[in-house]
Design a protein around this ligand. Structure first.
Ligand code: PGA
Length: 249
């Protein structure tokens, strides 16, 4: 059975005290949930150490890490630094990083390698723009993102990855992919992974859906055989809303 996961991506929201409070609220709500799903809180960098102190059931992740090991890279946070806070996960390749900070496939592959070298699990994001979907290019786009961002990994390393499919047109827009659209492309992603690394690796891979996932649509999305959970933005900022997604399996 592949791992079910709900990861909250807080993005650039909450001050430190607000973040600690949110983490405490989430922890107290999810501590009673026993459906086998892993719950991950991907907080801003400056919250990691303090949030780690108030969570137990929930696991900790960052939203990014540097593409270099260490040194004169003002403002950057390395994978080793992230790991040293107690974080176990790191989001890599979020569409906002790709779009606003011009992170390309080659750079993301470097980040993935450093995350893995430091014992972090990358939550690697892929997904197409609205124009690409309208041009029916979404399958080609995610295939290329997989090939360039991940497929140079050894099988052993690839097995440590969590994938998140996030159609850019659904992120923060309130527009969710339909359950059928999500299943269709998640299956395509799994088949693409199977062609590269074999069926067993593909069957064990957790593929999360992200993009306006909320309590009201999580159940339907997660009921799909190839949707293994969600990467949650806006709805991760209110503990009760997030709980409604965690219990969506
Ligand atoms: P959203 O964001 O849930 O607010 O659409 C998801 C994400 O960007 O990870």
């Amino acid at each position: 059975m592949r791992q079910k996961i709900v990861a909250g991506n807080w993005k650039m929201n909450t001050t430190l005290s607000e973040g600690i409070k949110l983490a405490q609220e989430v922890e107290s709500l999810v501590s009673g949930v026993n459906n086998g799903a892993k719950v991950i809180l991907c907080t801003p960098f400056v919250h990691l150490t303090e949030v780690k102190k108030v969570i137990k059931k929930a696991l900790l992740g960052a939203q990014n890490c540097a593409s270099e090991i260490s040194g004169a890279y003002t403002g950057e946070v390395s994978a080793a630094m992230v790991k040293s806070t107690g974080a176990e996960y790191v989001i890599i390749g979020h569409s906002e990083r790709r779009a606003y900070y011009h992170e390309d496939d080659a750079l993301l592959y470097k980040k993935v390698q450093l995350a893995l070298a430091n014992g972090l699990t990358p939550i690697f994001c892929i997904g197409e723009l609205l124009s690409e979907r309208e041009a029916n290019k979404h399958f080609d786009v995610v295939k290329s993102q997989l090939e360039k961002g991940l497929f140079s990994l050894s099988e052993g390393d690839f097995k440590k990855i969590v994938l998140a499919y996030e159609p850019v047109w659904a992120i923060g827009t309130g527009k969710t992919a339909t359950s059928a659209q999500a299943q269709e492309i998640h299956k395509f992603i799994r088949d693409t992974v199977a062609a590269k690394y074999g069926k067993t690796v593909a069957d064990d891979l957790s593929i999360l859906y992200g993009g306006s996932c909320k309590a009201s649509n999580a159940k339907e999305l997660f009921a799909n055989p190839d949707v293994d959970g969600g990467l949650i933005g806006g709805a991760a900022l209110v503990a009760a809303d997030f709980l409604g997604i965690v219990t969506g399996f």
